[in-house]
Design a protein around this ligand. Structure first.
Ligand code: AHR
Length: 617
């Protein structure tokens, strides 16, 4: 029997409780959420023609550039003696093109010739068929922006873009870009609408960005610097992505960040999906997995610019449109404040080198912005020496939340459903900032999702301690991933939601407003007989919400003792994720309803299931 004290709320569940964590890993930004179809549009990768297939006479130059911070550009020369001159872009494992939709090609160009020069623009299918052709004419010696609209009839998952000179002469080109018209809200420099919709459907309360390890960078030089990610996209300096290789077994030398999806776009996306923004900033340490070498860490006496970045970011997000950084936000199109409430400093850092750097950040942010909640970190492990060292340090620093990460096996997730029952109620709160159940196959299997669902009963049951939680990583391109499992997979045309996605969605859609007591023999239901459970009420809809996981292979017959319910019958709305095939990667939830006798409701919990029940109070 589960005793459920519906009449007595224990503590609130914050609207921010279930969120998302975005990192540009697995081609999640360039090649993913960011709708740009051209790879290396600014010719700034280490090999400036990476992503491009040149033909004829093609040079890379940087003298007298169009964009100071992205100085390389391409020079194309053609005379009748050679067959053809031009460039073909391979996109991100090809370009996803939808027939019947419009695509905007833009480029900056100038000629070195007296007469105007025509350029043929073609979309090429995977079978090397031309399926759309347009023309652009370049004239004049000064850099100018040119645009042309492509309206292909065919749909192609792995198209290429080809540019060919039609007339003899020489032109220079830079920032060659191709965007679908149908970005989310049809915004210029926009995001892939289907991927944004997948995020919205998660109803996230918090949105952490931009990483992950990319915040740290492989080196100090290549750390994520938000100030490089705002203003005109053409002049945001391209940066190598920390995930150009993954622990040396998968290499992606062509993985860079165009930064076209930058901090302004992240704040805008937070608004679009209705989540509180939670930016993470570098704390003066590059990725410690890569560098134990102190040279790659900012000495304490050189930390000020990093701290200033944090203060300036708060002004960029919240400051009046007349302030230095608020003015830039306003100029980019958002005079209103983004109402930033959280900031995280450092990702997965460890040791005293982290603590001594975090300290001056906390002091400076508290002094200038006392209302901003500061998130510190407990290192990359969910337990162990470093973890035990960092937590007391975070308490001393009085950060508001501590970011804990766990990528662990199924058994860990099941046994850690009780993890927060014994946490200090007077310490900083927990942000479970990166977690995912990793099985031997590393697949997004139902087994992994079920174990996460079981574990999450413990997060919700302890919502007085756990204020935020986000699964990680969020996105992965099916043809270009570095890490798995991931919440949402996509190819150039489609999006695939995983069982783990549905677990997150079932929690966020049914979080309720307040936890109520659910016990069996006065103990939390957290693993005995393979059952895990949590209960909440939603004060807005006046419903009781009960979530139950059965991780075992036997069905369980249980009784709910629903305190406060008068004798009678009630209908419960039910959502279930259930399968005996734990390797299933495509399972989706099923909705139904059941009749219950109350207050003592008897019901059967199916084996290998996660079920959410909603009952009108
Ligand atoms: O989510 C993938 C990586 O895991 C993150 O970048 C990092 O924070 C963690 O190690």
């Amino acid at each position: 029997q589960f005793d459920i004290q519906t009449g007595q709320t224990l503590f609130p569940i914050r609207p921010t409780m279930y969120g998302i964590f975005f990192e540009d890993i697995n081609f999640g930004a360039d090649g993913g959420l960011y709708a740009e179809l051209v790879k290396n549009r600014s010719f700034e990768f280490q090999e400036p023609l990476m992503g491009w297939i040149p033909f004829g006479t093609v040079q890379i130059l940087e003298k007298d550039p169009c964009f100071e911070r992205n100085p390389h550009y391409v020079r194309l020369s053609y005379n009748q003696e050679i067959t053809q001159t031009g460039l073909e872009n391979e996109g991100f494992k090809g370009m996803g093109i939808k027939g019947g939709e419009s695509y905007f090609l833009s480029a900056y160009a100038r000629t070195q010739s007296a007469a105007p020069i025509r350029l043929r623009i073609e979309l090429i299918s995977e079978d090397n068929e031309i399926f759309e052709t347009k023309e652009m004419t370049i004239s004049g010696k000064d850099w100018k922006k040119y645009t042309v609209t492509l309206t292909p009839e065919d749909t192609e998952k792995r198209a290429h873009l080809r540019l060919t000179l039609k007339d003899a002469g020489t032109i220079d080109m830079d920032h060659i870009s191709l965007f679908p018209e149908n970005t989310y809200k049809k915004r210029a420099n926009g995001l892939r609408a289907d991927l944004v919709e997948a995020l919205k459907e998660l109803h996230p309360g918090i949105f952490r960005f931009p990483g992950g390890c990319i915040v740290e960078g492989t080196t100090r030089e290549t750390r994520y610097q938000w100030k490089n990610t705002i203003g005109p996209v053409e002049n945001r300096p391209t940066n190598i992505n920390r995930w150009f290789y993954t622990f040396s077994y998968r290499k992606f030398p062509d993985y860079y960040q165009s930064l076209g999806l930058g901090f302004y776009e992240y704040f805008l996306l937070s608004e679009d999906i209705g989540a509180e923004p939670l930016p993470v900033l570098n704390c003066g340490l590059s990725c410690q997995y890569e560098n134990d070498d102190m040279d790659e860490h900012a000495p304490l006496n050189e930390l000020q610019p990093y701290i200033q970045d944090a203060l300036d970011l708060i002004e960029f997000a919240n400051g009046p449109a007349t302030s230095k950084w608020g003015k830039i936000r306003a100029k980019m199109g958002h005079p209103e404040s983004f109402n930033l409430k959280y900031i995280a400093i450092g990702n997965e850092q460890w040791g005293s080198i982290y603590v001594e750097r975090l300290k001056p950040f906390v002091e400076a942010i508290r002094a200038k912005y006392p209302d901003i909640k500061i998130v510190g970190g407990a290192g990359p492990q969910a337990s162990g020496e470093e973890f035990d060292y960092l937590w007391p340090e975070m308490k001393k620093l009085k950060v508001d939340l501590v970011d804990e990460h766990y990528y662990r096996q199924p058994e860990w997730f099941l046994s850690n459903a009780k993890r927060y029952d014994s946490y200090d109620r007077n310490a900083p709160k927990v942000f479970a900032g990166e977690y995912a159940c990793h099985t031997d196959t590393q697949a997004n299997s139902f087994l992994a999702a079920l174990c996460e669902a079981a574990f999450m009963t413990g997060l919700e049951r302890n919502a007085d301690v756990v204020h935020l939680c986000t699964y990680a990583p969020l996105f992965a391109h099916v043809d270009a991933w570095q890490w798995r499992p991931d919440l949402i997979w996509f190819d150039n045309l489609s999006v695939f939601r995983t069982p783990n996605y549905y677990v997150q969605q079932m929690y966020s859609q049914n979080k309720g407003t307040d936890v109520v007591k659910l016990t069996r023999n006065n103990q939390p239901v957290a693993g005995e007989n393979d059952l895990y459970a949590t209960a909440a009420i939603d004060k807005q809809t006046n419903e009781l919400i009960i979530k139950v996981v059965n991780s075992g292979l036997y069905k369980r017959r249980i009784t709910w003792n629903l305190e406060g319910f008068a004798d009678g019958k009630r209908t419960a709305k039910v959502q279930t994720l259930q399968s005996l095939d734990l390797s299933d990667t495509q399972l989706t939830p099923v909705e139904s309803s059941i009749e219950l006798e109350v207050p003592k409701a008897k019901l059967t919990i199916q084996p290998c299931s996660f079920t959410v029940y909603r009952i009108q109070l």
